[in-house]
Write a protein that binds this ligand. Structure first.
Ligand code: CO8
Length: 273
């Protein structure tokens, strides 16, 4: 039987794409995506979200990218959804705009994403970080769900993801008071993976991403899917799901290669297939 012909992935040249509110830098198998609306503390407007989703989807389709780092700047990861844009909106406007359809697309990105958080990480910004798979925070990071201060509640998953991450008592306190909390407190609560000096946040996130990106991208994607499944299924259903995916991986090149490489005491050459 002839060997299957596979087309090598064409890395995306982001310099040819006209994104203004998001920049991308790719190095080896890591893509670092930076929110770029510094004058508004990276407030998440509809155009910014549009660029972010398009960028993440493009990176997801690029087999040369093994892991994504999502970051802001030293002052802000993102200070929330754009309040100016929502201030005078009616319920019908909000319904028809259906902005959460975009947020859902981020949730469905299969490539692992590490959030690298410095400065303000508030409201929708905190929800965006929590939608990522891991969080590296700076010592000076300021997390929070302050929506209660402006007469609303978290709407992009905050009441659900924060509660699952930190438990009921702390989620109640943080959402009902809207108070900010530090990177160290976030670490202690289990919301973030690592806290490092501010100037090392992106580097640390890239180091973590590089460790991830070495693995089989296929195994990474299904591992991410299985872990996320734990949040919306029963133990029985989750174990069943895990087992089916576990079996499925025995149809992959990367399982054969990974195990052969172990037996032959050499590094594996994964293909994401
Ligand atoms: N939206 C719009 N503009 C913002 C936002 C925001 N969330 N945050 C900051 N900005 C703007 C400010 O208006 C200001 O602009 P300008 O210079 O033109 O007046 C600029 O960024 C700098 O901000 P400040 O001058 O306020 O900077 P400070 O250092 O004094 O204060 C704070 C920083 C404490 C972060 C302060 O800016 C602040 O409280 N921001 C709002 C935080 C907040 O409430 N976030 C939650 C927003 S609601 C939300 O996220 C809901 C998400 C779910 C919905 C998803 C889509 C539908």
């Amino acid at each position: 039987m002839p060997a299957a012909v596979t087309t090598p992935p064409t890395p995306v040249d982001f310099k040819t794409l006209e994104f203004l509110l998001v920049t991308v830098d790719t190095d080896r198998r890591i893509a670092t995506v930076q929110l770029n609306r510094p004058d508004k503390l990276n407030a998440i407007s509809i155009p910014l979200m549009g660029e972010l989703v398009a960028t993440l989807q493009t990176l997801e389709a690029d087999a040369s990218v093994g892991c994504i780092v999502l970051t802001g700047n030293q002052k802000a990861f993102a200070a929330g959804a754009d309040i100016g844009q929502m201030a005078t909106a009616s319920a019908i406007d909000m319904y028809q705009l259906d902005q959460f359809a975009q947020w859902d697309k981020i949730r469905k990105i299969k490539t692992p994403i590490v959030a690298a958080v410095n400065g303000f990480c508030l409201g929708g910004g905190c929800e965006l970080a929590m939608t990522c798979d891991m969080i590296v925070a700076g010592e000076g990071a300021r997390f929070g769900q302050p929506e209660i201060n402006i007469g609303i509640i978290p709407g992009a998953g905050g009441t659900q993801r924060l509660t699952r991450a930190v438990g009921k008592a702390m989620a109640m306190e943080l959402v009902l008071t809207g108070r900010q909390f530090s990177g160290a407190e976030a670490k202690q609560m289990g919301l973030v993976n690592r806290v490092v000096p501010d100037e090392l946040v992106v580097e640390e996130a890239q180091t973590l991403a590089a460790e991830v990106a070495k693995k089989s991208s296929l195994a990474l994607q299904v591992a991410k899917e299985a872990i996320l499944k734990a949040f919306d299924t029963t133990m029985e259903g989750g174990l069943d799901f895990e087992r089916k995916i576990f079996y499925m991986l025995f149809a992959s090149h990367d399982q054969k290669e990974g195990m052969a490489a172990f037996v032959e005491k050499r590094p594996p050459d994964f293909k994401g297939q």
